[in-house]
Design a binder for this molecule. Structure first.
Ligand SMILES: Cc1ncc(C[n+]2csc(CCOP(=O)(O)OP(=O)(O)O)c2C)c(N)n1
Length: 374
């Protein structure tokens, strides 16, 4: 296994001064080492993976030094556009080292949403016609691969991808985070599901929240058929809910979102405000971090979420950290009519033994469609 400190020190010796990306659970050890040891000037967690490529392009043009971009391969699609239409040697030719966490690698058991992406990952990299390699987990071999990636990126003015398998990085420095006096996301989610009631369709965001919702329905032997779990496609739960809501004459559609997911495609707020019917309701479970992949901070701390929704054109928006207020808050949303948003402030963290959906995505889709047909 590679010591993250050795990886970062080597790149530092090569003059690399900028790390940017969207966190990944598979790269957690590297990510937390970067968080714990690098100053803010050298590390930016972006809203989405394409934005990290943008930042790397600007950084290179001003410093002549390649940045490291990191991501989970789920976000590969988000960066293909700025890589191929800007950074590619056939366009501007911008060196950068792109570290890609390889979820769903063939032969390694993983969740359904990662299997296809993992299987085609090498072919996708080949299709970019850009240089790439699997990062060896042996420290000596890894050092050679990193030196090669850096040299080739500079020589050929190109992004160079390093594909990282599970278990490549050993534990490094860890960030110590305070736990604020707030309800947990799981408590808040259960309270919200109860307050919303049994009739509504719920589209829940990527990560732990969907797992918690699924587990809650199972545990209480409740019908979860009207829940659509957005297991991949982070940031798009709100648009899926929009698609459902636009075709629903009467039933309410609720999006249960995360702050990282909201930021990832925040432009959707404006589109929802413009197009959503009065039955569209949005709850953002704001813990300030990418909890599902290790708890790295998002930039939501600077955002007044309720005001952002109102400024985007939502009819109503509010914020609370008091679960006792939830029924009243939900009543107010209904009274105002959608699109309406509620920010629920929650604390980071999750139960370690939280289950995973036991239905296949195809079964879940069929159940959801069937339940809404009634
Ligand atoms: C496009 C894309 N990028 C990255 C990921 C990896 N990922 C899964 S969940 C998650 C964090 C979600 O954060 P947030 O929406 O704040 O919800 P929380 O986990 O804090 O509840 C990330 C980065 C992904 N699934 N898809």
């Amino acid at each position: 296994m590679i010591d993250p400190a050795r990886f970062v020190d080597q790149l530092s010796d090569l003059g690399v001064r900028m790390y940017t990306g969207v966190p990944d659970s598979l790269l957690k050890q590297l990510g937390s080492h970067i968080m714990a040891t690098l100053p803010r000037e050298q590390h930016v967690i972006t809203a989405n993976e394409g934005a990290a490529v943008g930042l790397a392009i600007g950084h290179y043009m001003r410093t002549e030094s390649p940045a490291v971009v990191y991501l989970q391969n789920s976000g590969f699609g988000n960066l293909v556009n700025p890589v191929l239409s800007l950074a590619d040697p056939d366009v501007y030719g911008i060196p950068m080292i792109v570290v890609v966490g390889w979820r769903g690698r063939p032969g390694v058991k993983d969740e359904p949403q990662h299997v296809k992406q993992g299987r085609v990952q090498e072919a996708l990299l080949d299709a970019t016609d850009l240089p790439w390699a699997v990062l060896p987990s042996d420290p000596e071999a890894a050092e050679k691969a990193v030196a090669e990636a850096h040299a080739v990126a500079l020589e050929r003015s190109t992004p160079y991808f390093l594909l990282v398998e599970k278990g490549t990085f050993a534990d490094g420095e860890k960030v110590k985070t305070a736990s604020p006096e707030l309800p947990s996301r799981e408590e808040a989610l259960i309270a919200a599901a109860k307050a919303v009631g049994d009739e509504a369709a719920i589209v829940s965001t990527t990560g732990m929240l969907s797992r918690e919702l699924f587990e809650y329905r199972q545990r209480e032997e409740l019908d979860g058929d009207r829940d659509f779990l957005t297991v991949g496609g982070m940031g798009h739960a709100s648009s899926i809910a929009l698609g459902v809501a636009k075709a629903e004459a009467e039933r309410e559609t609720w999006c249960f979102d995360g702050d990282g997911a909201l930021l990832m495609h925040m432009g959707s707020l404006a589109v929802i405000a413009d197009h959503a019917p009065g039955t569209y309701f949005h709850i953002v479970f704001n813990n300030g971090v990418h909890d599902s992949v290790g708890g790295q901070p998002t930039s939501i701390g600077k955002v007044d979420v309720a005001r952002a929704a109102l400024a985007s054109g939502y009819r109503y928006a509010a914020s609370t950290d008091d679960l006792d207020e939830l029924p009243e808050q939900i009543a107010k949303m209904r009274e105002a009519g959608g699109p309406a948003l509620l920010e629920l402030q929650v604390k980071p963290g999750n139960r370690k033994d939280i289950g995973r959906p036991t239905r296949t995505p195809a079964e879940a889709k069929a159940a959801f469609m069937n339940a809404l047909r009634k």
